[in-house]
Design a binder for this molecule. Structure first.
Ligand SMILES: Nc1ncnc2c1ncn2[C@@H]1O[C@H](COP(=O)(O)OP(=O)(O)OP(=O)(O)O)[C@@H](O)[C@H]1O
Length: 296
């Protein structure tokens, strides 16, 4: 008998989750004889439920929520002996993972993908200390500004709210000393921001790492170096053209293993939420999860 678990974060995306519960359950019932529904109440619940699905040998785990809920779910599946196929219905503001996988923002269409049960493998990142991420690690004032974005700003400006707060933070920021040991090499210098992307979409901007794919076996590392104001303006067109990696204010390289340290006491932003303190080490887990995606 095949079984699926559906995790719903009732608070995500202005409480849209419960509205689509019936439809999602019906879609899963087309593929699975048993469907168990779990509701999160706070931080850590989605991870706990996903662990239950792994240990209980569920065939599929589907989460309905924003990137926070998806990150938590992935944290319960990574490196387990049995990993259910993972699916999700994006309900957040940014939904980077959905953008990277071509999963529609329209809930009904995203639920439709669950019926076809078409899947592909994806890479995820692991930070020493058993934290996993599927989209992005970021360090610097811009990354920290993300926590200041209010729900009101998010509903008014959407993903742009993060760009506005980020630009505001950069204005008063001084650079920090950054060192990154990666794949037997080292980068050292002054920086304002270091960002490690696993997919093309960062902060809702799908052109951010245009060339990155969800299972290309690489972390895409972007360092915003010390800059002059007139030149930094050029970052914006390059960002939207997908040419950030060639901008002269940006250092770009790929890595599979990295250790990041800074001269300041900074906290790394993991998939949009506050994570561990620096220094941190991160390692790429190639093709770690199997995820439901639209048919080509
Ligand atoms: N029942 C609940 N009520 C309130 N908060 C919850 C509940 N269940 C989970 N949470 C919290 O929701 C957070 C995750 O939210 P998520 O990112 O999925 O949605 P979102 O905030 O709407 O998305 P976005 O940040 O993209 O706007 C977790 O930090 C978790 O603690």
């Amino acid at each position: 008998m095949t079984k699926a678990m559906l995790i719903i974060n009732p608070s995500s995306g202005q409480e849209k989750g419960l509205k689509f519960e019936e439809e999602a359950t019906a879609a899963l019932k087309k593929q699975h004889e048993e469907v168990t529904v779990k509701y999160t109440e706070g931080a850590g619940d989605a991870t706990r439920f996903a662990e239950e699905a792994s240990f209980g040998k569920y065939d599929a785990l589907v989460s309905m929520g924003g990137d926070g809920t998806i990150n938590e779910s992935i944290n319960g599946l990574a490196e387990k002996d049995h990993k259910p196929v993972f699916g999700f219905v994006p309900l957040g503001t940014v939904n980077d993972f959905a953008r990277a996988l071509g999963i529609p923002m329209d809930e009904k269409k995203a639920i439709g993908i669950l019926e076809t049960a078409n899947s592909r493998s994806v890479d995820i990142g692991k930070i020493a200390g058993e934290r996993y991420f599927m989209n992005v690690l970021a360090v610097g004032a811009i990354a920290e500004a993300v926590y200041q974005v209010s729900p009101e700003q998010k509903s008014k400006f959407g993903p742009l709210a993060y760009l506005i707060e980020g630009a505001r933070a950069l204005k008063d920021e001084t650079p920090f000393d950054l060192s990154i040991d990666y794949d037997g090499k080292k980068w050292e210098g002054k920086a304002y921001l270091v960002l490690t992307a696993l997919t093309n979409s960062v902060g809702g901007i799908e052109s951010f790492a245009r060339h990155a794919d969800v299972n290309d076996g690489a972390f895409h590392v972007f360092i915003l170096k010390e800059f002059s104001l007139p030149k930094v303006v050029q970052l914006i067109p390059d960002l939207f053209k997908g040419e950030l990696k060639s901008n002269e204010q940006v250092e770009y390289f790929t890595a599979t293993d990295m250790k990041v340290d800074t001269s300041l006491d900074l906290v790394v932003n993991i998939d949009g939420d506050e994570g561990v303190e620096l220094p941190f080490e991160a390692r790429l887990l190639h093709n770690e999860l199997n995820v439901y995606v639209p048919e080509e």
